[in-house]
Write a protein that binds this ligand. Structure first.
Ligand code: CA
Length: 225
């Protein structure tokens, strides 16, 4: 999952980014509102962590412009202002959640999990398909009850595929969701990770879950294509 962090306090920005990266998210970050609009125009994010008071364009202006464009991106506001009126204003403008500074980083992570799972059918930390299951909180992955050990990137791709099971995912879409703008790698890096995942998830099982759709990408589903 790829997140954008917009926070103009440099140390706070760095801390949030570090915490999110350690939790396995792909993260882009910036320090002002105008730059945030550029990021939002250039990539598809799964969630936005947005400070309210920002130079350039403030958090309320950013979310207003997103919602006017019918963009349903999950948004979590961060703000030093803790008055009830401010929180109501943020939520009324279309924020999914609101966290008042100073906050606990474990709570930030829990709220991000809650906000991003609204788009999956079951409100739990477990994602599954057939006998494959993945826990977004502990990052434990099992198939038929047996633990599968994955690298951070493998985990991240599998989580994305589980959230989008049944959907054909192109190389470009997977790349965009897995790597931030700092990344520059070979063009077939997604293919390489998919082949690692195949070995770990499907090898030794009659029922394959990862399927190639020629010329289009890959799809995670139970039946054969
Ligand atoms: Ca600020």
């Amino acid at each position: 999952m790829r997140l954008l962090v917009v926070e103009d306090e440099k140390d706070m920005n760095r801390l949030i980014v570090k915490t999110l990266q350690q939790a396995g998210y792909t993260v882009d970050s910036c320090l002002d509102g105008l730059e945030a609009m550029d990021y939002l125009d250039s990539a598809d994010y799964d969630g936005l962590i947005l400070d309210v008071m920002l130079p350039g364009k403030n958090g309320h202006e950013i979310i207003t412009s997103l919602r006017q464009k019918k963009n349903a991106l999950p948004v979590l506001f961060l703000s030093a202002r803790d008055s009830v009126a401010d929180r109501i204003e943020g939520l009324d403008l279309g924020a999914d959640d609101y966290l008042v500074k100073p906050f606990d980083f474990d709570e930030l992570l829990a709220r991000i999990r809650a906000m991003t799972r609204k788009y999956t059918p079951v409100k739990s930390t477990l994602l599954s398909l057939g006998d494959l299951s993945l826990d977004t909180k502990t990052h434990a992955v099992t198939r038929a009850g047996k633990e599968i050990r994955l690298s951070a990137k493998e985990y991240s791709i599998l989580e994305y595929m589980l959230r989008n099971q049944g959907v054909v995912l192109s190389r470009e879409r997977l790349e965009n969701s897995m790597w931030n703008f700092d990344y520059s790698g070979g063009s077939n890096v997604v293919d390489v990770y998919i082949s690692y995942l195949r070995k770990k998830v499907d090898e030794g099982f009659d029922k394959k879950l990862i399927h190639t759709v020629r010329g289009a990408g890959w799809v995670l589903k139970e039946e054969t294509p």
